[in-house]
Design a binder for this molecule. Structure first.
Ligand code: E4P
Length: 214
């Protein structure tokens, strides 16, 4: 399973990348705007690409087909690892098909149903992003959606990778891995939570204490 960091914070991305087990990064307009960076969006994304040598999702702000295409092409020109993030709308799916046919990798975002995931795959998306946390937030099971998408995709030879997004806690990642999802993207906070178990801390403390007794 690939691990992506869901962040536009350069310090967080650097810290996570230092472990050598981070495969890529996802950003979205909210994450970028939260940083209040003085540099342009393009420069920020380029810096992220220089830190993590893997897919880096950069989202378009346009909602109309032809504008999505020009914005997507511009973003794709920033670095060879850029993945253009497009929303799951009619224009977004059309733009996914056009950009994918040009060899540009597209991540279809804001996916909340298996039918939307099927459309993304049909359009040739490199990634489909089901938002599990936001579904959980409205009393619907985010992980059931991932299971449905895995089941649907298993019948066909789509190359679209399932990128589990809107992850809130380690169990989302564990469940996604059990289902065979290709990628999980999660905040730095959740990355650090993956390491933790109280019995590891207690066990290590005991080993060191016992060694000291000798
Ligand atoms: C990543 O691609 C998504 O934009 C992100 O995971 C959304 O997460 P949120 O629901 O916590 O905003």
């Amino acid at each position: 399973m690939k691990f992506f960091i869901d962040s536009a914070n350069l310090e967080e991305i650097k810290s996570a990348a230092a472990f050598g087990i981070v495969d890529g990064v996802t950003t979205n307009p909210s994450l970028v705007s939260k940083e209040g960076s003085q540099e342009s969006f393009e420069d920020l994304v380029k810096e992220i690409c220089d830190i993590v040598k893997g897919p880096v999702s950069a989202e378009v702000l346009s909602t109309e087909y032809s504008e999505m295409i020009s914005e997507g092409r511009k973003l794709a020109g920033i670095d060879e690892n850029i993945v253009v993030k497009l929303p799951m709308t009619e224009d977004g799916v059309k733009a996914t098909k056009t950009l994918s046919d040009e060899g540009i990798n597209v991540n279809v975002t804001l996916v909340f149903s298996p039918s939307q995931a099927l459309l993304a795959a049909k359009a040739g998306a490199a990634y489909v992003s089901p938002f599990v946390g936001r579904l959980d937030d409205v009393s619907s099971s985010g992980m059931d959606l991932v299971l449905d998408i895995c089941e649907v995709y298993a019948h066909y030879a789509y190359e679209t990778e399932i990128l589990v997004a809107s992850v809130r806690h380690p169990m989302h990642i564990v469940e996604a891995a059990k289902m065979g999802a290709d990628v999980a993207t999660f905040p730095y906070r959740v990355f650090t939570q993956l390491f933790k178990h109280p019995l590891t801390d207690i066990g290590l403390e005991r080993f060191l204490k016992d060694w000291g007794k000798k």
